[in-house]
Design a protein. Structure first.
Length: 295
């Protein structure tokens, strides 16, 4: 039986004349009832004024179609852990404060953030820098929560273990405004056995941080073997995690009220090799049905 109550969507774009209204239309085209967007290109800090994003029109379209919530993802270039280049860290803090306000004005209460990379200074120095940065950001923002993403551990990324995320929590003075974005591909690539024993992974997370801290899932398969520390997403059922463990996670009742966001790669159009197609409509249908339906 189809699960219409599952809160599931995908990353959607925000561009052109329709901006956020177009984001909602794209989400609806996939059969989604939530979505994730970036406030601009994730590789830079160029942003249009919120007044130009067609937020009221988007909110009306959401309300008319039963979409109650969405999440925002901060750009990749924010790095609160960088003590090697203080100017990078300071610009990251300033931009993140602005991004928190944009998120609030757009109507979301959750901003997903990659914790940062220590770029050679070591995990301890990087975590201390993240803590100081988050303290400053949270003291100059309101209402919005920051969801620290579980990371794969490529390069000098922090957040590759639940213990590293807990160390950030322990240091931040307003840690009641922190949450976690649990990325299945990243967690698998970091060495956790999501594919064979998701229950033990969640039990470990619960001991270290608490399951109630998971505010959003990124549901992605992985092209890599467990522990590869590479972060290469695969379409659902085509990677090293597989459909069944991801389907199990998606349907756990303790997470029934939070968004599940797909970030899976677009695939080649069989009728036009030069074109790619989004996988989200079929993957959302699979998870709602609880099985992989025929293509």
């Amino acid at each position: 039986m189809e699960n219409r109550h599952l809160i599931i969507g995908s990353h959607v774009s925000m561009s052109g004349k329709e901006m956020m209204e177009g984001s909602v239309r794209e989400a609806l085209s996939y059969g989604a009832n939530t979505f994730m967007l970036y406030t601009g290109a994730p590789q830079n800090t160029r942003r249009r004024p919120v007044e130009e994003l067609r937020v009221p029109q988007a909110q009306r379209l959401m309300e008319a179609n039963g979409i109650a919530d969405f999440v925002v993802h901060a750009p990749y270039l924010i790095n609160l852990a960088n003590t090697v280049r203080p100017e990078t860290r300071e610009s990251s803090i300033r931009f993140l404060i602005d991004e928190m306000e944009r998120t609030r004005l757009m109507g979301s209460r959750l901003l997903i953030l990659h914790p940062g990379a220590h770029v050679g200074a070591g995990a301890e120095a990087g975590i201390k820098s993240i803590v100081r940065g988050l303290d400053e950001v949270l003291s100059q923002s309101r209402d919005v929560l920051i969801a620290l993403e579980t990371m794969s551990g490529k390069g000098s990324e922090l957040g590759r273990s639940f213990e590293e995320l807990a160390a950030i929590y322990d240091g931040v003075s307003q840690n009641h405004r922190l949450r976690v974005c649990f990325d299945t591909c990243h967690t698998h690539d970091a060495g956790y056995d999501i594919a064979r024993d998701p229950d033990s992974v969640l039990a470990r997370f619960d001991r270290i941080l608490g399951l109630n801290q998971i505010a959003v899932f990124h549901i992605n398969d992985s092209k890599n073997e467990k522990g590869a520390a590479k972060d290469r997403h695969a379409d659902i059922g085509e990677g090293k995690i597989g459909f069944e463990p991801l389907n199990y996670l998606v349907h756990l009742p303790e997470f029934s009220s939070i968004p599940h966001i797909l970030e899976t790669p677009w695939y080649p159009d069989p009728d036009n090799p030069g074109k790619t197609l989004p996988p989200y409509g079929r993957e959302i249908a699979w998870f709602r049905a609880g099985r992989q339906l025929p293509l």
